[in-house]
Design a protein around this ligand. Structure first.
Ligand code: SF4
Length: 339
């Protein structure tokens, strides 16, 4: 297959189900449907936010795309720089190793994702060695360039992760991710473990690097306020499914799904004098091992009606490029930012 447009990734009906075992024979008695029929596409150099509460399946989606888990079903079409297209969900280990140069992940926790016994030089240089890209003096020079690109002083390359602050450690992780010149980065809550004061610095750095290097970013976050400025489009996930997908500005100002409306209501307004009404969702996110019937959001939805308990809504295009899965998406007048 040859890529004829600027699409870089097409995820189709991705499923990641984990078996539930019971009894002394550990029989499979059901499945936790962590990701259940997720579909979306990304354009080159786009930043797509994947947002939802803990346990909604966003991290599992990212990990399944990169084959850190073998997907239960679905397709993950990656459009390579040479124009060829591969289904990441089914490629063999040799091809996957080559793809890992182009598709990389930034992990959430800069404290546990870096091996504490490795120096910064070895941490950033390791992918270059594994993929036979550089060694010796050349390796050191490349590590120095990478450190500078993320705002770290190369003089510190012989130091260990514990000698750096949280924000600096996330910069080390970023340099490691960038070492192989990836095209697509999946950033799994890259700032949520950092102090609020440091979050903006790392987000600005990521945005700058994305523009400079022409990266495509899938940005996973649990909170819309983190992604609203960096993302071109936002997909909202709930119990393993995408419930709304649109351009960021449209989704924030004019949500079509009641769950998005509740998430939007939690975003602090730019002007602190503006009064906002936060929607508090009752109850917890249901378990993907035992999701509610019909619309999975119905037990917490203040607009739910009988049909919501019986029939599952599908994710459909309600307005141009604006998708939502709600039986009443066309009728409800939901409130967005500034609404
Ligand atoms: Fe709420 Fe019904 Fe829409 Fe689900 S389908 S979000 S329960 S109104």
């Amino acid at each position: 297959m040859i890529n004829s447009n600027n699409t870089i990734l097409e995820v189709k009906d991705l499923r990641q189900w984990f078996p539930i075992h019971r009894g002394i024979f550990q029989r499979v008695v059901g499945h936790t449907k962590a990701v259940d029929g997720v579909s979306f596409a990304m354009r080159e150099q786009e930043v797509l936010g994947l947002v939802g509460e803990s346990g909604c399946g966003k991290t599992t989606t990212g990990r399944s795309i990169l084959r850190l888990y073998d997907p239960t079903g679905g397709e993950v079409w990656y459009h390579r720089a040479d124009g060829s297209i591969v289904d990441v969900a089914t490629v063999g280990p040799t091809e996957m190793k080559a793809l890992r140069r182009e598709m990389r992940m930034i992990f959430q926790d800069p404290f546990s994702s870096l091996n504490p016994r490795m120096t910064v030089r070895d941490l950033i240089g390791e992918p270059l060695i594994i993929h036979n890209v550089a060694k010796g003096r050349e390796l050191e020079e490349r590590v120095a360039v990478l450190m500078r690109s993320v705002g770290l002083e190369p003089a510190y390359m012989q130091r260990y992760p514990h000698e750096f602050s949280g924000g600096q450690r996330q910069r080390i992780g970023l340099a490691r991710t960038l070492s192989l010149n990836p095209r697509l980065i999946i950033a799994d809550e890259p700032v949520s473990a950092l102090d609020v004061s440091v979050q903006a610095q790392v987000l600005n750095l990521l945005q700058g690097l994305k523009d400079e290097l022409g990266l495509t970013l899938l940005f996973i976050a649990h909170d819309l306020s983190v992604v609203e400025h960096i993302c071109d489009r936002i997909a909202v996930m709930y119990v393993g499914k995408i419930v709304e997908l649109a351009e960021s500005e449209t989704l924030l100002r004019h949500p079509l799904h009641p769950y998005t409306e509740a998430l939007v209501s939690a975003v602090p307004p730019a002007d602190p004098d503006i009064q906002t009404h936060r929607i508090i969702l009752e109850g917890d996110v249901p378990s993907p091992a035992n999701p509610p019937s019909g619309c999975v959001f119905h037990p917490r939805c203040r607009y739910a009606q009988d049909i919501c308990v019986q029939q599952e809504p599908r994710l459909v295009e309600i307005e141009p490029d604006h998708y939502a899965s709600c039986h009443f998406a066309k009728e409800l007048q939901l409130v967005g930012i500034g609404g």
